[in-house]
Design a protein around this ligand. Structure first.
Ligand code: ADP
Ligand code: MG
Length: 242
């Protein structure tokens, strides 16, 4: 589903991604972790063309992201992305938030879009909140709406960038539960997260990044049992014990 081959990216003389390669097969869940500034967000933004890269290749479901002929809006319409800050439209009701991209981008009619949005809202446990505005929901609820909104576009895969790191602790699980369900239903997912419980439950592989490099790309079991690099060992020791 996602092939990343020898991708490098720099900002001026600063190399933010260095020769990164990995493959995500259909139905796989990959957790990407690593210290702040290691390039995790940049890597997953490259996957749906939100960040350009200077060398290497990324192929998503047969489409080359870096090819200037690729219609990036069309690609992005079907690559779900969920950010740390939910980025719902504050002046629109939850129903509108769920429907708007379906109407504008996928050209669905309003009834169909609203119907689909409400079904997905129900699925994330928030049916009763359809008429509210984002500001009236908790952070965890807003993030579940953001996930429902991405799912309404019938994504071929989902990218998550630290979806729970802006949430209060008691709201983290409600979001992780939705992500776990998605994973169990076979969604292809690339998740930047430091929720190692989630990684242990649902990830197929764990990627560890440091200074723009993919330092580890291991099965979950191998990663947790015995990370190869010293940097990953230190990192794990820190986040598992705090
Ligand atoms: N637009 C930019 N210009 C220059 N440097 C940037 C820009 N965006 C990100 N960076 C740098 O790239 C590095 C990787 O950033 P990022 O991908 O956000 O890391 P992570 O998500 O792992 O914390 C950081 O050192 C960051 O400061
Ligand atoms: Mg980041």
């Amino acid at each position: 589903m996602i092939q990343i081959a020898n991708v490098s990216k720099s900002y001026g003389s600063f190399d933010v991604l260095k020769d990164c390669s990995t493959t995500v097969n259909k139905g796989e869940v990959i957790v990407v972790c690593g210290p702040s500034g290691s390039g995790k967000s940049t890597l997953i933004k490259c996957v749906n063309g939100l960040e350009p890269f200077q060398s290497g290749q990324i192929i998503v479901n047969g489409t080359s992201v870096g090819d200037p002929k690729t219609n990036l809006s069309k690609l992005r319409a079907h690559v779900g992305m969920v950010f740390q800050h939910f980025e719902l439209f504050p002046h629109m009701s939850i129903t509108e938030n769920l429907a708007i991209a379906q109407i504008k981008v996928l050209k669905r009619n309003r009834d169909e879009a609203v119907d689909k949005g409400l079904k997905l809202l129900d699925r994330v446990g928030l049916k009763a909140h359809a008429h509210k505005f984002p500001g009236q929901l908790s952070g965890g609820q807003q993030q579940r709406v953001a996930i429902a909104r991405a799912l309404a576009m019938d994504p071929i895969c989902m990218l998550f960038d630290e979806p729970t790191s802006a949430l209060d602790p008691e709201m983290i699980n409600e979001v992780l539960d939705v992500m776990t369900e998605l994973a169990q239903e076979g969604m292809t997912m690339m998740c930047v997260t430091h929720e190692m419980g989630f990684a242990k439950r649902v990830a197929n592989r764990v990627i560890f990044m440091d200074h723009g490099r993919i330092v580890e790309d291991d099965s979950k079991d191998a990663f947790f049992a015995n990370p190869r690099s010293e940097r990953a060992q230190q990192f794990l020791a820190k986040i598992l014990h705090h």
